[in-house]
Design a protein around this ligand. Sequence first.
Ligand code: XMP
Ligand code: MG
Length: 178
Amino acid sequence: MTEMDNFKLTTFISEKDIQARVRAIGTALTDKYRGKDVVAVCVLKGSFMFYADLIREMDMDLACEFCGVSSYSGMSSTGEVKITLDLNSAVREKHVILIEDIVDTGLTMNFLKDHINRRKPKSITTAALLLKPHALKVKCELDHVGFEIPNDFVVGYGLDYQGYYRNLPYIAQIQSIN
Ligand code: XMP
Ligand code: MG
């Protein structure tokens, strides 16, 4: 018995559907960036699985970088974005592909775009596996989106509830059963 036994998961996006979208985004990025000086930035922690799958669908040379941010507490955004791990190599004059798990209010993505832009990259392209269009609080332009989803909390494929469920190969909705 664990704390997570009090929750019920319902598959929302299957592993097969995720992999098909990831492949399509990887192909589009390869067509656009092959032969260019690219740094693929993973936004920890939630994006690690999407990132690992996406870069393996990119048939080209690229450098990997990681940054960490936090803005969520439990199931809602605090509205305040904090850097928990900064990029440790220069992105100046490079093409940055910023890879996020999910865009909810849009605050994290916009904050990161500004943060990276200050380092004078040649370009920034954004890829988010999930977008909750009805949760946006600010205008947030995204170049690649895997799936638009309703304004419900989801877990799996990197996304967590209290640190759990990141290892699911699919995306699920979560419900308390008590
Ligand atoms: P904002 O509001 O800044 O939030 O666009 C982006 C970050 O919030 C987290 N987030 C979620 N995490 N299930 C999760 O596990 C969700 O449904 C969810 N919605 C937002 C996530 O860390 C994302 O990077
Ligand atoms: Mg995240």
